[in-house]
Design a protein around this ligand. Structure first.
Ligand code: CMP
Length: 225
């Protein structure tokens, strides 16, 4: 496998070429078609995935049958590590949003890698700390904020995950569809379009097709995080 691909994955950053070659021997590269259910909540799991190219939605289904989107992962992100680490069933569903190329690690190889390369374990912990912070702000926004605040903090999470910053503005190249945004913010599709309209009228954002620009990122963060 091309080492540049492995080197570009945050989990494997700072490893030597020899280490990357060893790691590449312990993994399988595979393409999953769009809308493929890669992991199913509550199933027993023995594999861990790293996304090379594509997007994967992580979600759970509420008791009333509503989808709650926990995260949308993209190039360089990983998933499926929780069941491997704690031996419990899958904590969520994972579905590809487009054709997605992934590396797949088997449980024993992944655990062995953590013993052999402490840097990988530290990178994994850093990402888990980031996900916990993200979940904490999601809990805060769901429990404390009104619809405007919940939608705005969902936009902020997407901006922090995948936006590009330039001169104080953050551009989200492609905002998820409105139903997905609703499932991320714990609200309805109608509320999403109403709130995005209000946020534009208040001068917080500009929407151009599926592109969204946060006009002044610092002010937005101060008001909605
Ligand atoms: P696992 O429980 O094995 O299978 C489902 C995967 O979804 C889980 O591992 C994590 O990799 C991923 N996952 C669960 N919750 C979140 C979250 N809040 N943010 C990002 N990824 C998550």
């Amino acid at each position: 496998m091309d080492l540049d691909i492995l080197r570009s994955i945050p989990l494997f950053s700072e490893l030597s070429d020899e280490d990357l070659i060893e790691i590449s021997k312990q993994t399988v590269r595979q393409i999953y078609k769009k809308d493929n259910m890669v992991l199913i909540e509550e199933e027993v799991g023995s594999t861990m995935f790293v996304i090379l190219d594509g997007r994967v939605k992580i979600s759970r289904i509420s008791d009333e049958g509503r989808e709650v989107i926990l995260s949308i992962l993209c190039d360089g992100d990983f998933f499926g590590e929780m069941s491997i680490l704690d031996g419990q069933t899958r904590s969520a569903n994972a579905v590809t949003l487009e054709d997605t190329e992934m590396l797949i690690f088997r449980r024993e190889n992944f655990l062995q890698m953590l013993y052999e390369y402490p840097q990988v374990a530290i990178n994994l912990l850093k990402e888990l700390a980031h996900r916990l912070r993200r979940s904490d702000s999601q809990i805060k926004s769901l429990s404390l904020q009104n619809a405007l605040g919940r939608v705005a903090s969902t936009i902020l999470r997407i901006a922090d995950d995948s936006g590009t910053i330039k001169h104080g503005k953050v551009e989200i190249a492609s905002l998820p569809p409105q139903q997905d945004l609703a499932n991320m913010a714990g609200t309805s599709r109608e509320t999403i379009s109403r709130v995005i309209k209000s946020l534009s009228q208040l001068g917080y954002v500009q929407k151009q097709g599926s592109k969204l620009i946060i006009v002044e990122y610092d002010r937005f963060k101060q008001d909605f995080s």
